[in-house]
Write a protein that binds this ligand. Sequence first.
Ligand code: UD1
Length: 422
Amino acid sequence: MDSIIVRGNGPLSGQIPIAGAKNACLTLMPATLLSEEPLTLTNAPRLSDIKTMTELLSSLGAEVSDLQDGKVQAMSSHNIDNHIADYDIVRKMRASNLVLGPMLARLGHAVVSLPGGCAIGARPMDLHIHGLEALGAEIELKEGYLHAKAPGGLKGAEITLSFASVGATENILMAATLAKGTTVLHNAAREPEIVDLAKCLSAMGAQIEGAGTSRIEIQGVDRLHGATHQVVTDRIELGTYMLAPAICGGEVECLGGSIELVGAFCEKLDEAGIQVEETKTGLKVARKNGRVKAVNVTTEPFPGFPTDLQAQMMALMCTAEGTSVLEEKIFENRFMHAPELMRMGAEIEVHGGTATVTGVERLKGAPVMATDLRASVSLILAAMAAEGETVVNRVYHLDRGYERVEEKLGNLGAHIERVKET
Ligand code: UD1
């Protein structure tokens, strides 16, 4: 397995391009299953999770080709000759469950493996199942697979989610585009990736109102057609790289970023004493003087502070002045980066879903282990400002969500290199 070596150094400067959103792409790609006509996505990120989704769609009979350096994906689901999403692919990535809604809507049946255990919590699928059942699907769990069918076709319904799950909103939204009649989804997730999915589905001929609010109304249509859609900017990659100058000092412009994608996060940066300025081309972030101030953070569904930036924010708080309390409200067991940061000299106490971080003047390099996608990048950020050398092992997690991380951060002046497994 590759590892990444980081040598802590001083202020960063320059520009960093932000890629298209991984999480948007992972729901836009299955949307191709809703139509016989081709769907083209531009601004797609080059990541191993995207390859996994390509593998899954291909296993179902879809054709997926990368054009122009992998940034454009052309997909055709003209022939879907398999309706089984196999455990061997699904277990690699939970987002594989997003083929369930589209397959059910297009084919009237689907068999999708349950994703199984996940490092950051149980992550069940009950909300997806209840929503699709409300649309008329019959779903049974047999030998680890969800067997879903809709013999009479899907029919529009009023659905209220007990929690604003991103994945459940996406699966129900996609399925409802081809259902008969009107679906109203209450307490829908409001993440920008949902808005992006609705935009793409609308370009394919779907009739959707209210995406981005907690009430989405979908008028079912008989068929969807092909479209070309540009993937929205990745707000998690954006927030991650905004933290690089916040942690190391200096000034960096994140190209393609905008405040509306990271509003709650920017409020916390402001409280901590980091300057964020909107430019014509993105967001400029600077830490010009002294240590940052400790701030308290609670993760929430959008527009709240994203759980996917909690680990990276903890890396910033490790060297802040004072004590900060980070509360994780979306996933249980999402503090696995804390013991690794403690190996670097951080002072952190974890009790259930709460981590208390007392800032130290400087962290010290150490060998550490990446435990999940966002945890791994938090270790890299922490290492960039630490004294000495840090070796981050098991970086395959990182490649799931960050493209060319060492090149992008290296261009800002960070000392970071990948050591390939021999
Ligand atoms: C998506 C993101 C992930 C992000 C998360 C929360 C993708 C590919 N992934 O994941 O990066 O961290 O949103 O912003 O977009 N839950 C249930 N039952 C369900 C569904 C979810 O109890 O049927 C629970 C989960 O266990 C979790 C919480 O709801 O505790 C949030 O899950 P959800 O919003 O569904 O996240 P994902 O779509 O899996």
